[in-house]
Design a protein around this ligand. Structure first.
Ligand code: GLN
Length: 559
């Protein structure tokens, strides 16, 4: 019998509920249990693939593409999921399935299509029971796919949101149907610290627990986000007002590295409490715990700092590039280093190109993924700056395409070279739509998605990183480097280092300097204890570059 842990949020969003959920998964893994996760997103998009990262953070891509077929013949490809999936994969070292990201868009689409197909003939289709039944069916189907010991479901948004209500009702019903000892409800709230009175305040938590209770849900555990570990008297107060035992109020303080949270939960005996509530044997595997402590220590005690400029068009919120940020941190930790990320909005280089010189302050430049015209000239200019000054450079997807444009403009002297995504009328379409994308109208789930086989060329930087001629990485794109122009560039020092199995260019690099662009997204597979090979190589070169700069071996070109 699978055990289910439901996690809801209160007071406000952005509390790090995903990290808390993943940390709970981790402490169960410390006990040898198998864990799978689910994220519920109450918005009406079918998947987050059509959302701007500034709106909703990064779009994560799964290994597999799920063919969602609500009624026969209507097939939707889903591989793009909520960014919390990245957190789950990184903490738990599992590959998440796209089916485990339920959105209201999927639920309602299925119900409306079924209604048109006559599945409910004669009945009024309603939120209760039809929407709630569809939600329960999807949850149980996802549980069955892996049949883990424990299935953890994070409900997005906060209690009290109108769009979350059907999910909470479905959870209320499921708790009864599955039996008391088989489910646990955890509520994650904020306990703010008020400087003026020098106190932590529990009132927002009290209110949000009451909202939950009004929907027939009594939490078993409260996880309280706060700036510090909560004082005992505050924990007692929350316990009293929320109707949970004192040991079930768990502190979730601000910490230096998110990977430490499972250890902080473990110190508060959350693992043992969960086992008791779920009737599971509580046998902590010390070796597993120690291994994770080792990972955390690498993050906490760096011997040097590396400064990386992350140049992009969604820099307003750091979550836009969260898997990239984490992959850089994993790679740096491997070298006992810490990366300091400097997010630079590329439009600033368009307003004033003299600002490009600030790029010389960093040990490496990372050019980010993205879509659409805004900010691209600034991104191309930064790639050109990296080429000229031989600054370690990694371009990811759009970043690789823009690196290629920079190279063509610099060496083939074709200043109007561009991607047809940016300028459909460019005389030099050096990046162009993939063959299978031509004629496609629908935008949802129609990109080249998921994991694909990639063939690496020997004696390249890419090969040196992976040490294998065949690798698998995840993709999310519509456009690709034009091979005709790429071949011309080879005479000028460009190396095509990788192809997809289908023959598309998947990696480019410069013979001179450590400048690499990849059409895929290696960051999605990076784990704190298994950094991505190409990110490792990049960070190693950034470290080398930073040391050369200090000894005066690296000189900047003058403009
Ligand atoms: N917009 C580009 C494309 O569709 C790059 C996509 C990306 O960076 N993920 O090909």
């Amino acid at each position: 019998m699978v055990r289910i842990i439901f996690i809801t949020g209160g007071v406000l969003s952005g509390l790090g509920k995903g990290v808390a959920a993943a940390s709970i998964g981790k402490i169960l893994q410390f006990r040898g249990y198998t864990v799978d996760m689910m994220k519920i997103d109450p918005y009406l998009n079918v998947d987050p693939g059509t959302l701007n990262p500034i709106e909703h953070g990064e779009v994560f891509v799964c290994e597999e593409v799920w063919k969602f077929e609500p009624v026969p013949g209507y097939i939707y490809n889903i591989a793009e999921v909520d960014q919390d999936f990245g957190t789950y994969e990184r903490f738990l070292d599992i590959n998440m399935h796209p089916q485990n990201n339920i959105t209201s868009g999927q639920v309602y689409l299925a119900i409306v299509l079924k209604e048109r197909f006559g599945d409910f003939l004669g009945k009024t289709v309603q939120v209760i029971p039809h929407v709630t039944d569809e939600i329960k069916k999807r949850i149980l189907r996802a549980v069955k796919r892996k049949n883990p010991d424990v299935f953890i479901i994070e409900v997005g948004g906060t209690v009290g949101d109108i769009e979350t209500m059907p999910y909470l009702e479905a959870i209320r019903q499921l708790r009864i149907e599955l039996g008391k000892n088989n489910t646990v409800l955890i509520h994650v709230t904020l306990v703010p610290y008020l400087d003026t009175v020098g106190q932590h305040k529990t009132k927002p938590t009290q209110h949000s627990v009451r909202t939950l209770q009004s929907m027939g849900l009594q939490p078993d555990i409260i996880i309280a986000r706060s700036n510090t570990i909560l004082p005992e008297d505050i924990k007692e107060k929350i316990s009293l007002f929320s109707n949970v035992s004192r040991e079930a109020v768990i502190s979730d303080p601000d910490i230096e590295t998110i990977y430490e949270l499972p250890l902080i939960f473990e110190q508060q005996n959350l693992g043992s409490l969960l086992c008791r509530l779920l009737n599971l044997e509580d046998s902590l595997h010390i070796d597993k715990l120690k291994e994770w402590e080792g990972v955390v220590n690498r993050f906490k005690n760096p011997s040097r700092i590396i400064d990386i400029a992350v140049v992009g068009k969604y820099c307003k919120i750091v979550d836009s590039y969260i898997s990239i940020n984490e992959a850089l941190k994993h790679a740096a930790a491997y070298y006992n280093s810490k990366v300091k990320l400097h997010f630079l909005e590329s439009e600033m280089f368009e307003e004033d190109s003299r600002k490009l010189s600030i790029l010389s302050n960093y040990d490496g430049i990372l050019l980010t993924p993205g879509f659409g015209e805004r900010g691209t000239e600034g991104m191309i200019a930064s790639a050109r700056y990296a080429i000229k000054n031989k600054i370690p450079f990694l371009g990811i997807c759009f970043g690789a395409q823009l690196l290629f444009i920079a190279f063509v403009r610099e060496y083939l002297k074709l200043e109007e070279a561009n991607s047809t995504e940016i300028n459909p009328y460019t005389p030099h379409p050096v990046v162009d739509l993939l063959e299978e994308q031509r004629g496609l109208k629908s935008k949802g789930g129609t990109m080249m998605l998921g994991s694909m086989k990639i063939l690496l060329k020997k004696n390249t930087k890419l090969y040196e990183a992976y040490r294998s001629e065949i690798i698998y990485e995840r993709f999310r794109h519509r456009y690709n480097i034009n091979p005709e122009y790429a071949r011309k560039c080879e005479e000028h020092g460009l190396v095509i280092s990788a192809y997809t199995e289908g023959g598309y260019i998947a990696g480019i690099e410069l013979r001179d300097g450590w400048i690499v662009g990849v059409q895929f997204h290696p960051e999605f597979k990076s784990r704190p204890n298994k950094p991505s090979p190409i990110y490792l190589q990049y960070i190693m070169n950034a470290i080398k570059y930073s040391e050369d700069k200090k000894t005066g071996e690296h000189k900047l070109s003058t403009h």
